[in-house]
Each structure stands twice: as C-alpha cells, then as structure tokens.
Design a protein around this ligand. Structure first.
Ligand code: SF4
Length: 463
C-alpha cells in the first residue's frame, strides 16, 4: 500500500503572470497560460514528472510543510497496482484561480505595500481569466476556488470573471478566499447567481483585537467592516446562500496567545463550520530575519514554550478546529544572524590561511569534484569564488533562487529556474539551514550529483 494524492491528476493552480502548478504546494511551473493553451500545460513534462513520482508514493517534489495532507499525514492509502493505473483527467476538474495579487490590504507576511498593477499586468490578467473561464463553466468542473494571492472582492478583474461564471455542473463547489473587508451586500449582489452552487467562503481576519488586526493587515482601517461582514456572512449561511464558512488565522508571534478566544468567537458568534489554524510559512516578501521573528513554531523562538502551552487550552479541542500544520513543530533554526556569523568566520579563515586554496582543492578532489557551481548570491560566494579560482576546479559560476545581483565576480548569476544540470556538475551550498528544500529543488531539476554544504568544504581550514 502507498499514500496517494489525486490532486496532480485532477487539479490546477493558476499563478499571477501566467504560470500554473498542479497544486499550490508544489513548486514546479507547468508552463505559461498567456502563451500556451490549458491542454499543453496540463500535459507538460513537469506535470507528468510529478504524477509519476506520486504514483510511486514519492512526494519529494511536494512541500511537506504547507501541504495540509502531508502536514497531517492524511493522504488515503491505495494499492501499488491501483496507483500504477492512475491517469490524469482529460482536463482539470478542480481549479484554483489564484492568478491575481490585487488586494486592499498589505499584510507584512505577504507584501510591503498595496500592490499596484501596471497596464501589462492588467492585460495579462484579463487574458488569463478570459482564457480559463470557458473551462470553469464546463459540466466536468467540480471545484473553482478564488483567490489565494490577493482578495477576490478587491479585484475588479476577478469580480468581472465571477459575474460571468456559470458552471454547467450545478453541484460545483465555488470557493472564495477573502480578508472579509469587502464581503458586503454590494459585492454579494453582483455574484448572487452563484448561490445555487455549493458556496464555501474562507475569511482570514487573523485577529479579533483591533490593534492586532490592524497591525497584521499592514495598517488598514477595516476592522469594523470585517466584523460587520462576518455577521452578514452568517446571515447568508442561515439563508443557505453560503454552505460553508471557514475562518482562518495564521498563528505568529503577535496573535498566537489570542487563538483560544478567537476560535470560540468564530464558532459561537460567527457560526463558522471550520476554524483553520495555520502556522506562518515563508513566502513572498518576508525576509529570513522577519520570518524567524514571527515563527513561534521554531523551537528556538523565545515564545515557543508559551505557544505550546496555549495549544493545551481545552477550547482548542473543538472538532471544528482544523490544524493545518499549526501543531507540527518547525525545524530548529538559529536566528539568521547566526548564518552571517558563520559566513564571517569562514571568510576570516579563507583570508587568514595562505594555503586555503590548496586545502579546498584537496577536499574537492576527495569528493571527485571537477567542476563546480556556487549556490547562493551573497558576499561569501564572491570570497569563495576568488579562492577557488586558484585551484584546478572548473568554476562554472553562480546559481541563486532569490537573486540579489545579476552578475558576481564577472560571472552571470543563473536563476535556479533556468539552471540545466550537466553530469559533471557539483554544487556548493552556502545556506545550510535550508538544505532539505535545496536538495528537493535540485532533484526536481534532474540534478542528483554532489550537493556540498559549505561547512563540509571548509572544515579542514579550522584545524
Ligand atoms: S503538495 Fe500535497 S496536495 Fe499537492 S500534490 Fe503533493 S501531496 Fe498532493
């Protein structure tokens, strides 16, 4: 028996700018919907690669933190023979239309300011939505979810698409994810025709305390509107226009202690069918430093013990609460300043030791390395490049996931997305604290050669 996820066989997640993935928790892009048709991206090489892995019970291309099924180990089991026979639907039947960043809030966990789309962005978005709409309206479609990157009620483009959404399948589930500030009577009136479907609404207030609510949404004064709209939503639920209310909270250093009272109010005051407790994941603009400060699931966080105590509150045993990873501890991660400290120490050793190049060359020979990329676009990358250029190792340049500079030491920095692996490559990893994720990303690119953490390369310098 193996654990099996059917999402890669029936679902698609649309990203802003035209990219698409099989689900929100895989990283691999399937193609560009602004240039290709849905059939092409659905049958792309990357899509089939993930499906083949899943058929073997292999989830190495999935994000183990953030996928709710992997976080909760809740995937169903099927036999290996059954999994082998799985084929994808002709076209997706589940759509996550998350292709718009437009939002009326600017939560610091997501962005630094209100997103201002330029004309090219608007044209691209209109193109994607016009292209996808006929597929959403097919009788085979069973689920349409908007939005995941912005707020569907704040976006004139998503609202326009929703006005034209009429799936032939009347059992289709339509989901909205919103911060709640614009989920009012005026907006509901524009999409009231959707009430005949199975409507699920997710609201993401993150706090019911005005000051915390405002802090977590980037300083926007929408507390009263959200509280009013939650009461409006409860009425829609009572009328049967809405079939499921989900209220979610992203637990972090600022709001975790209020979670028991938050959950109680969601259930008793706002008739939530489900309260979702998520940890904070590192995405969009969040720097390593800010993430460390907010991530109370890290056992090294100063409030971690208080967080664990809070989870023991009896209110939190209510079966309506869904723990989307909020009870799974995160990796023990030192404050990122520690990484810079280690990098400074390595830099000092490299500069102090006359024989540094010789020592590194010996270590690389022992590992049978003949050519090397440096993975990391940071100061230590330049120092290492200068030392390693005195060895007989072929330095192929730099790769980076988050690019700081396009060029370093006269070499182009290649974005991970564009890297094409060769058999001879070895890759030196500068940020050891994300090793598991880095290994996953390179394996997805088809690279199974040497991935060498920098501390292993330099350990002989310390003797
Ligand atoms: S990330 Fe999760 S939902 Fe997505 S394909 Fe993997 S197991 Fe399935």
């Amino acid at each position: 028996m193996i654990k099996f996820c059917d999402r890669p066989f029936n679902s698609i997640h649309l990203d802003p700018n035209g990219g698409c993935r099989l689900c929100a928790w895989t990283n691999a892009n399937l193609g560009d919907l602004t240039k290709e048709d849905l059939e092409t991206v659905w049958n792309s090489e990357n899509a089939n690669k993930i499906r083949e892995a899943v058929k073997q019970g292999n989830y190495e291309f999935c994000r183990k933190t953030s996928c709710p099924f992997l976080e909760n180990d809740s995937l169903p089991e099927i036999s290996e023979e059954e999994a082998e026979k799985m084929v994808p639907e002709k076209l997706p039947t589940h759509y996550s239309v998350a292709c718009d960043f437009i939002c009326n809030h600017s939560c610091p966990s997501c962005r630094n300011e209100i997103f201002q789309p330029d004309e090219a962005y608007r044209d691209r978005l209109k193109l994607i939505l016009d292209k996808i709409l006929p597929y959403l309206n097919r009788k085979e479609t069973v689920k349409v979810l908007t939005d995941g990157n912005g707020d569907c009620f704040a976006s004139p483009y998503i609202m326009d698409m929703l006005e034209r959404l009429h799936p032939e399948n009347e059992d289709c589930q339509i989901g909205f994810e919103t911060n709640g500030a614009l989920l009012d009577e005026a907006h509901w009136k524009r999409i009231r025709h959707l009430a005949k479907y199975d409507v699920h609404v997710t609201v993401t207030p993150n706090s019911f305390i005005r000051s915390t609510f405002t802090y977590l949404n980037g300083g926007h004064d929408s507390y009263d509107a959200v509280m009013r709209n939650l009461a409006f939503l409860r009425k829609l639920r009572e009328k049967g226009d809405v079939n499921w209310i989900r209220i979610s909270i992203v637990l972090q250093e600022r709001n975790f202690w209020e979670f028991p009272e938050f959950a109680r109010r969601c259930i008793e005051e706002f008739s939530a069918d489900e309260v979702v407790a998520k940890p904070l994941y590192r995405w969009f603009m969040l720097s390593q430093e800010d993430y460390w400060f907010k991530d109370v699931l890290n056992p090294l966080h100063p409030y971690h013990k208080e967080y664990l105590e809070m989870l023991e509150n009896p209110i939190l045993k209510d079966p309506k609460i869904f723990y989307w990873g909020a009870r799974n501890l995160h990796a023990r991660r030192e404050h990122p300043a520690q990484l810079y400290k280690e990098h400074m120490k390595i830099t000092e050793m490299l500069l102090d030791r006359q024989d540094a190049a010789e020592v590194l060359q010996k270590r690389l020979h022992e590992k049978n390395v003949i050519s090397l990329y440096i993975y990391g676009d940071m100061e230590l990358a330049s120092v290492l490049y200068h030392v390693l250029s005195k060895t007989d190792i072929e330095l192929k340049g730099f790769i980076a996931r988050d690019m700081v500079k396009g060029e370093r030491c006269g070499q182009k920095v290649i974005c991970l997305h564009d890297y094409e692996p060769q058999d001879t490559d070895a890759i030196l990893i500068l940020n050891n604290s994300y090793m598991a994720e880095i290994v996953r990303d390179f394996h997805f690119k088809g690279f199974y050669g040497t991935l060498l953490p920098v501390n292993e390369l330099v350990e002989d310098l310390d003797r």
